[in-house]
Design a protein around this ligand. Structure first.
Ligand SMILES: Nc1ncnc2c1ncn2[C@@H]1O[C@H](COP(=O)(O)OP(=O)(O)O)[C@@H](O)[C@H]1O
Ligand SMILES: [Mg+2]
Length: 378
């Protein structure tokens, strides 16, 4: 995993303690919880996954990597800590010394900020040091709560994870944000892994741009048209793209939400970006979540909510059962079978006149104005 992250010379500032520490025989499985925007439930999901793992006696650490709006420490009542990521960046210490207990057995926290250091904007070198040392954290599982948006800080931690979870609600803005996050992650991954990225970056980074409407070029088209001559480049590119296996977690789904926009996101990822976005799970809108947060009782997220039960099951099936084989690919929910809905292509050019438009909802990913070319020409 670490070999994928290239760190320049200034980034190899491992602390003496980090270097001397003998590696645990087994590294933590790293689960990154991302989303294209704030408020989709990343923190709720991170905390509940951690609680579900800890309940089964798995040593679990939550890492608050929402650098601009950290709140896991608040959720778990860890206000007076002297340890945090901020302190880790500022000192020469072992990352494990920055992990603090929570009131929940087997569940610990690496807060973003501490009593004395209250803001955090890591430099590239500090971020690289963090990524480099995450696997030294002494735990079975490390669950990372990322910040909103496709900021490089979020993407780099996401790409480094063993399990890359993308949380989205069924709202169009959230789905659009999720698509943008995927697209930016793909470019970042290729920038880091493809030997000849600079050669084709400018043209490639036009691919999957929804603002191009009808004339949008897809990744598949780019590969077919541009890379035909160089078979080796083509092979590397396809392999790199296939190596990105994000998983979608739908959260806060209401009975009244249309299902086709969710499917539209997966289709857009497939058609425009050549990315297989498999479904990790679906969590419904649950007033128990709001009540648990209001009571400031994080443990209730697991014990007094329906999503607690759902996540318990998902965690057991998708994390614990598969840990023995990290390469296991979850194929139980193929793209077109998840819901019974049929939806149009993400590149629909006839959205305004097609019959599904009358009874369905507009494609959430490709805005209808873009699909029919209005905004693109303006
Ligand atoms: N499944 C859910 N059911 C009901 N409300 C939810 C659910 N998930 C999240 N929420 C609400 O959304 C708010 C934002 O969640 P949060 O995890 O803080 O989002 P993020 O970390 O993505 O910004 C929570 O305070 C809670 O009120
Ligand atoms: Mg959050």
């Amino acid at each position: 995993m670490l070999t994928e992250i290239r760190i320049d010379k200034t980034d190899t500032l491992k602390s003496a303690a980090d270097v001397q520490k003998p590696q645990r025989p087994s590294q933590p499985q790293i689960i990154a919880v991302a989303g294209g925007k704030g408020g989709v439930g990343k923190t709720v999901v991170t905390a509940t996954i951690g609680l579900a793992l800890a309940e089964k006696n798995h040593q679990t650490v939550l890492l608050d990597a929402d650098f601009f709006g950290p709140n896991l420490h608040y959720l778990f009542g860890v206000y007076a800590s002297r340890q945090s990521l901020s302190d880790y960046f500022a000192q020469n210490c072992d990352i494990n010394d920055m992990v603090v207990p929570t009131p929940v057995e087997h569940l610990r926290l690496l807060p973003a900020v501490s009593q004395t250091r209250r803001s955090l904007q890591p430099a590239a070198r500090q971020k690289a040091k963090l990524i480099h040392n995450l696997s030294r954290i002494e735990a079975d599982y490390l669950v990372i709560d990322l910040g909103p948006s496709a900021h490089f800080n979020n993407i780099d931690l996401f790409l480094n994870a063993d399990v890359q979870l993308l949380v989205s609600t069924a709202e169009n803005t959230s789905l659009f944000g999720a698509y943008q996050f995927l697209r930016a992650s793909l470019f970042r991954k290729l920038q880091r892994s493809h030997p000849h990225w600079a050669r084709f970056a400018a043209e490639f980074m036009q691919c999957g741009d929804l603002t191009h409407g009808r004339s949008m070029k897809t990744v598949a088209e780019f590969i077919d048209e541009t890379m035909d001559a160089d078979l080796e480049d083509r092979f590397h590119l396809l392999a790199d793209i296939a190596g990105l296996r994000p998983q979608l977690l739908i959260n806060n789904l209401r009975d009244t939400d249309a299902r086709d926009p969710l499917q539209a996101l997966r289709l857009a990822a497939k058609e425009a970006l050549n990315l297989e976005l498999s479904l990790w799970g679906v969590l419904h809108h649950d007033i128990g979540v709001i009540a648990a947060l209001r009571r400031n009782q994080p443990i209730d997220l697991l014990h007094s909510t329906a999503i607690g039960n759902q996540l318990r099951n998902i965690v057991q099936r998708k994390l614990v059962a598969q840990k023995s084989d990290r390469r296991a690919v979850d194929n139980d929910l193929p793209l077109h079978d998840w819901t019974k809905v049929r939806i149009c292509s993400s590149r629909c050019i006839a959205w305004t006149c097609c019959c599904r438009r009358n009874g369905g909802t507009p494609c959430a990913v490709m805005h209808p104005d873009l699909a029919c070319g209005k905004a693109a020409s303006g």
